[in-house]
Design a binder for this molecule. Structure first.
Ligand code: SF4
Length: 412
């Protein structure tokens, strides 16, 4: 290479990044020495949704027990998953085992050096395959994990959400354009390190960044705009009836929800589909005859993927004895007197409804005792309780709500 070409290379995006990496990059990670294809693959799969510091002890235990593809392929899946436990997303652990078997059966026990063959392994997508081959074999492939998307979107000021195919295509193009001719393993590690350390999602350290001189987002003071966030999608609305079945003493009927689905395993008021005949449902499912039906104002609760509108229907028993007898045989149903009984785990919005909107119709409600508080103080406290304090309390005891899956920083 001529002197001019050498100078141009060292001035390039990759050249500056490599010079920075030599001094400030993450060296000494356990999968870097020895940097075998097996160890690189294992680390890349583990890092797909997990931070480096968390992965290191798992990686070390894993390679101590399964040092290569052959030993992993021969292992019992239960042992593999036991070593994986704590890294989450068990599908990745199962894919790991399946990929090892595939490597043994199709590729003579070692990672293929062909990008398409590597990408065909379970749990290995385009970016992971490229990262493995670049680091293990020095192959010239571009990567585009979550951190790299952020660096490139900012450096080239690429608008749009990277999940959009058009935006992703631009990012892949830029990633390929920056690839150096040599030191592919180091370059791959370097760009991942830049995204994980200096070009962080919040408050990047541009003053120390090796590519700040031509970073379009930084120069324009528009870092916060890149990469664009995922466009908010309107959540579909589902409607259900919430059945408030009360006996003469004000106890309400609750039942345990099935283990799968929303509020799985929690106690809750019975629900019915929108428009379903409640009297028939209660007679068939609970042996209950109701004598009064009152529709209360509806309320909504937002889940990750949909919004639930609950339409409370207040029912009073026609024959309490009938209901009590019918329920005696059903362990997953019970009567709850909120003035007297310890509260079981109820969904937060349902508890809030019971404490505020339902009781607003009644006399002031004494503070309901809870399973934990009942051990410390008399069950039936006489202290009056405001709706606001009830709501706070319900939040602190609120059961688990479905939440977003852990954000992936390293796509498969
Ligand atoms: S200058 Fe700042 S925003 Fe641009 S790549 Fe570097 S750290 Fe990221």
């Amino acid at each position: 290479m001529s002197a001019a070409a050498t100078a141009a290379a060292s001035d390039s995006f990759a050249g500056r990044l490599l010079a920075w990496f030599d001094v400030h990059g993450r060296h000494g990670l356990p999968w870097q020495a020895p940097r075998t294809a097996y160890r690189v693959w294992l680390s890349e799969v583990m890092l797909q949704q997990t931070q480096v510091a968390t992965v290191i002890p798992y990686f070390e235990r894993f390679v101590a027990r399964f040092p290569d593809f052959t030993s992993l392929a021969a292992a019992d899946i239960d042992e593999v998953l036991a070593l994986w436990a704590g890294l989450g997303y068990y599908a990745r652990g199962r894919n790991l085992h399946a990929a090892a078997k595939q490597v043994v059966s199709l590729h003579r026990g070692d990672m293929p050096d062909d990008i398409e063959a590597a990408q065909a392994l379970p749990g290995v997508g385009r970016s992971t395959a490229a990262a493995i081959l670049a680091q293990a074999y020095g192959s010239r492939h571009a990567i585009l994990d979550g951190n790299v998307k952020r660096v490139l979107a900012r450096h080239a000021a690429i608008p749009g959400w990277p999940g959009e195919p058009k935006v992703a295509a631009k990012l892949w193009m830029v990633s390929e354009r920056h690839l150096p001719q040599t030191r592919l393993a180091d370059y791959t590690q370097a760009i991942m390190d830049l995204g994980a350390t200096l070009c962080s999602a919040r408050q990047p350290s541009c003053e120390r960044c090796p590519v700040a001189a031509d970073c379009a987002a930084s120069l324009a003071g528009r870092i916060d705009e890149f990469p664009a966030s995922k466009p908010a999608k309107a959540r579909p609305l589902r409607r259900q009836q919430l059945l408030v079945v009360e006996d003469a003493e004000g106890a309400i009927l609750i039942e345990r929800r099935p283990p799968a689905g929303i509020w799985g395993g929690l106690w809750c008021l019975p629900v019915a589909a929108e428009g379903e005949a409640i009297d028939e449902l209660l007679r068939a499912a609970h042996g209950i005859e109701i004598e009064q039906l009152e529709t209360l104002p509806s309320f909504r609760h937002a889940f990750t993927h949909f919004e639930l509108e609950l339409q409370p229907q207040r029912c009073r028993l026609r024959a309490e004895a009938t209901a009590a007898m019918a329920l005696r045989e059903r362990p997953e149903q019970r009567w709850l007197n909120m003035r007297r009984d310890p509260l079981p785990g109820l969904p937060a919005p349902v508890l809030q409804f019971l404490n505020t909107r339902l009781r607003a119709d009644d006399d002031p409600c004494p503070e309901p005792s809870t399973a934990s508080s009942s051990a410390r103080k008399p069950k039936a406290s006489t202290a009056p309780r405001s709706p606001a304090s009830s709501a706070r309390s319900s939040t602190s005891k609120s059961p688990r709500k479905p939440g977003p899956a852990g954000s992936r920083t390293r796509p498969a």
